[in-house]
Design a protein around this ligand. Structure first.
Ligand SMILES: Cc1cc2nc3c(=O)[nH]c(=O)nc-3n(C[C@H](O)[C@H](O)[C@H](O)COP(=O)(O)OP(=O)(O)OC[C@H]3O[C@@H](n4cnc5c(N)ncnc54)[C@H](O)[C@@H]3O)c2cc1C
Length: 459
């Protein structure tokens, strides 16, 4: 049976009877096995507008798909339409301006490959098959965030198709409120068909990767806490620790693989010679059970966990911000890490600060600029039989950590249940966001996201 024709649409439409329907509806998190009425793959902003108009005329729920990494499964729906932006993946680099125009469905790896040809980077996430679209709209944390800020801090403008099919440009000068909202407000305000980003110069990193068994994990977290709390800590220095079972990386001693412990990645994004003294001192003091200290190409680092976090895994996530890592929190983290079962689940401690904290908290819709740590608890596993156990582990870990968290939630590390609410995600920006939503999407057409309900009145 031929799929439904969408008036004015020149892209591809995939219906339930097409051979590639099952592949097209699958998203990264295999927990979400949903069957849309159709999947539309636009070739242009005009196609996106046509698909939105068609969906509204037919009363179809709209899911927007970029890289398909939404952990709560917002990029696929039952019965409605998936507007799948993957064909909008062109990256154009402008050397003189040091900017790039990035299509709304581009993957991070595609951005990295295009920009690294010129020794330039967009500060974004750390797994190359993640979509630049969803990641940017939620904020964008990654290995260059202390040096160059969140991904939204490099966003200069965006082409947006609104709920009524209008194609707008949002920037500091045009639709400035919309531009503010796009930088942290998630996919609530329209479909972004093009992002314009400022780029930065960088092509290699100095990295120290370490593993310590759980018995030694306390001193590692304390050291990370001290390094990152130092007012003189350089933006070039980034500390990330993962409480997890050691996985099989080339530098790991085989006897440790599968043992619970702490893997850390201490990265230096400045001059490698200068960083060598800093990272060598940390390694000498910590005396890891296994480690690696090396200068690596940025592109290499950006794909290093692609296979570990491949498509088709099952995930349940909880996360929050913290101002510090006090001793009581470390106790709790070590206790929870001892009970991690899946070889892929982990508690991530991501140091923030640096360039993120120097942006005014009202400048974008991401208000949690002063948080020092992002604590991310992604339970991840392969077998549906483990669903109950892994979800329970993540929930119990989050419950234990929660008393130590500060306000807010990171939109991109949220699930869809319990106390994960839009108000929590957007903090004190929620009222302004709700008013902007009322202007650009008064009927809440874009509702499959950490949803902001439109509110026209000024409180
Ligand atoms: C393996 C993995 C690694 C990750 N690593 C990081 C990381 O390093 N840093 C980080 O900050 N986050 C990270 N994330 C979280 C990630 O940022 C979010 O899952 C994000 O939503 C993914 O965007 P996407 O385009 O791939 O997802 P999708 O599932 O396609 O979309 C997610 C949401 O964004 C909306 N959306 C996507 N593109 C557009 C667009 N062009 N216009 C309007 N709305 C759009 C969708 O409607 C949906 O609500 C990771 C997630 C996974 C699964």
């Amino acid at each position: 049976m031929a799929p439904t024709a969408i008036p004015g649409f020149s892209g591809t439409v995939i219906g339930p009877h097409e051979a590639d329907y099952d592949a097209a509806r699958a998203i990264w998190n295999a927990m979400h096995d949903r069957r849309p009425a159709l999947i539309a793959r636009p070739q242009s902003a005009k196609d996106v507008a046509a698909a939105i108009r068609y969906a509204r005329a037919e009363g179809l729920l709209i899911a927007v798909r970029g890289g398909g990494h939404s952990m709560p499964g917002h990029s696929v729906c039952d019965d409605g339409i998936v507007i799948d932006l993957r064909a909008l993946n062109q990256v154009r680099v402008y050397l003189r301006a040091q900017t790039a125009i990035v299509g709304g469905g581009t993957l991070l790896g595609e951005v990295d490959r295009a920009t690294q040809q010129h020794g330039l980077v967009l500060p974004a996430g750390v797994v190359s098959h993640t979509g630049a679209g969803g990641l940017t709209l939620g904020g964008g944390v990654g290995r260059l965030m202390r040096r160059f800020g969140l991904t939204i801090d490099s966003l200069q403008s965006a082409e947006v198709v609104t709920a009524d099919g209008e194609i707008l440009r949002a920037s500091a000068d045009e639709h400035a409120e919309l531009f503010w909202a796009l930088r942290g407000g998630g996919g609530n305000f329209g479909i972004v068909t093009e992002f314009e980003f400022a780029l930065h110069e960088l092509s290699e990193l100095l990295i120290l990767a370490t593993f310590h068994p759980l018995a030694d994990a306390r001193q590692v977290i304390e050291r990370g806490r001290r390094e990152m709390a130092d007012p003189a800590a350089r933006d070039e220095l980034l500390w990330t620790s993962f409480l997890r079972r050691a996985h099989d990386v080339p530098w790991m001693t085989p006897e440790f693989v599968g043992r619970p412990g702490i893997m850390s990645l201490v990265e230096w994004s400045g001059d490698p010679e200068e960083g060598l003294a800093v990272l060598s001192r940390i390694r000498d003091d910590l005396q890891p059970a296994a480690s690696d200290l090396a200068v690596v190409p940025f592109l290499f680092m950006q794909t290093i966990t692609d296979d570990l976090f491949a498509h088709g895994l099952r995930t349940y996530i909880k996360a929050g911000f913290a101002d510090d890592l006090p001793d009581g929190l470390i106790d709790v983290l070590l206790e929870r890490a001892a009970s991690v079962r899946s070889p892929i689940s982990q508690v991530e401690l991501l140091a923030l600060g640096g360039a993120i904290a120097r942006v005014d908290s009202g400048a974008t819709a991401f208000p949690f600029r002063q948080a020092r740590w992002l604590i991310n608890i992604p339970a991840t596993w392969r077998d549906a039989a483990d669903d109950e156990h892994e979800i329970a582990w993540a929930r119990a870990t989050y419950a234990a950590v929660k008393p130590y968290l500060s306000e807010g939630n990171y939109v991109n590390f949220m699930g869809d249940d319990e106390d994960d609410t839009a108000a929590g995600a957007y903090g004190r920006t929620i009222e302004r966001l709700a008013r902007i939503k009322a202007v650009y999407d008064p009927d809440n057409v874009f509702q499959l996201n950490q949803n902001i309900k439109p509110t026209a009145s000024t409180p």
